[in-house]
Ligand binder design. Sequence first.
Ligand code: FES
Length: 102
Amino acid sequence: MTDHAIRLVVNGKEVTATVPARLTLADFLRDHLGLTGTHLGCEHGVCGACTVLQDDRSVRACITLAVQADGCSITTVEGLTGPLAERLRASFTRCHGLRCGF
Ligand code: FES
């Protein structure tokens, strides 16, 4: 299997890596960058637990390949900042939200 060089911005930081063609964005974020806030649930694009922002549009990272994020800006839950993000996190905690569903 051929590896591919990718360059992207994750939570405001530039990242370069060489990844297998079939590596999912979710596995790249979790296993290569340690951003485990991107959860895995169904792993086939149904539950939404893996949702991240790719150039400000929501995508399901379990069915997006890391190579498809080349040249893009990715925001994970770790990258959410500001009062709205704090309210969102507090609401998930208060309501026992599992980021399952969207
Ligand atoms: S893990 Fe369920 S949609 Fe990605």
